[in-house]
Ligand binder design. Sequence first.
Ligand SMILES: NC(=O)c1ccc[n+]([C@@H]2O[C@H](COP(=O)([O-])OP(=O)(O)OC[C@H]3O[C@@H](n4cnc5c(N)ncnc54)[C@H](O)[C@@H]3O)[C@@H](O)[C@H]2O)c1
Ligand SMILES: O=C(O)C(=O)C[C@]1(C(=O)O)C=C[C@@H](O)C=C1
Length: 368
Amino acid sequence: MNKSKVFVIGLGLIGGSLAKALKGNETLYITGFDPKKETMEAALDLGVIDRAEPDIPTGASEADLIILSAPISGILDTLDVLAKVTLKPGVIITDTGSTKRVIRDKANQVLGSEACYIGGHPMAGSHKSGVFASKADLFENAFYFITPEDGEDKAKIRQLEEWLSATRAKMMTIDPETHDQVVGIISHFPHIVASALVHQLNRNPANKELDLPRLAAGGFRDITRIASSDPYLWQDITMHNHDVLLKLFDDWEQVLHTIKQQLVQHDSTSVYSFFEKAKNIRDQFPVKKTGILPPSFDLYLDIPDEPCEISKVTGIIGKANISIININVIELRESVSGVLRLFFQSESARDQAMRLLKDHHYNTYLID
Ligand SMILES: NC(=O)c1ccc[n+]([C@@H]2O[C@H](COP(=O)([O-])OP(=O)(O)OC[C@H]3O[C@@H](n4cnc5c(N)ncnc54)[C@H](O)[C@@H]3O)[C@@H](O)[C@H]2O)c1
Ligand SMILES: O=C(O)C(=O)C[C@]1(C(=O)O)C=C[C@@H](O)C=C1
């Protein structure tokens, strides 16, 4: 069979996950490049790609689809490199960058008019980075933004969507400007807020004495999970969506100012409305299977108070190559058996872990 060649440039979390998903399509042959030698080797060893390319021009010149999945600055640099390569006629170039306007402008500036660049952005990810965190099902049920230019050849858009359909994501066409505003609200600004909450905790004098992270319960952990993301990636994203974010700071300051004034004035009715309105809106969010806010699938189990009990549990799960995204020990005091709460990224991972632990005679249960 004459396979179409997909060349993935940047084999981290997103490039690796896309490569793995696209490998599920037998009509595609996946090649890859990453400037980090150890990432290339790992991508080959893990079977993420079929072939490692020695450099970008070599891989790009043979490709039918080129996917740019480096950090945004790397995507911009790669466009400069691609501009000097003789590409196959009909090749489609897409990217996964978290902002779209800057990349579209650069593609228009450096690629010839015959080149077909169609922007893309899968709306799923993680606070983890790198090829080892990549997963074939990362994008399942998530939205996948496609940002073609007005007048783009419809057959090309269909072809790209068909190749990307192996991700089982939901394709949505949007223009780059609207895209950047939308992701500013639902992704970029929340990352700033999550990191700001961590800074707020850290600078409070009580932190020195009481070690506040130790005391923080689920709420603080949930809302700040994304603050564990790669700082370089988020410097890069926020600097490339600068104008949208500055406007959102104005909105944010207004929201905080309003609730602050209500508290200053002891206006309990308005304070109630503040929380009630947010709850009503939040409660109507559609339930997601995976995607923008990957839910955690939690498993509880009783553990005896014995040395190394937690590492025994994580060892059993780790051996089966199942990732635990978080662990919480509930009421484990000396000589008293406790409850361990394990968080998984998917229902199937949680259920598999449950079966394994049952096989090892642990008492496991689910709580809604
Ligand atoms: N992390 C997320 O949740 C998420 C979600 C959707 C989209 N994105 C976007 O996808 C892209 C990749 O993000 P990621 O999370 O996979 O990051 P990552 O750090 O896991 O992977 C990036 C990879 O690109 C490589 N790289 C760095 N500079 C390069 C260059 N100049 N040319 C080629 N490769 C280069 C790195 O070595 C690394 O392997 C970014 O543009 C990001 O904005 C990220
Ligand atoms: O789930 C996470 O950890 C993410 O940060 C994923 C997330 C997001 O903010 O929702 C991050 C960046 C993207 O471009 C798309 C998705």
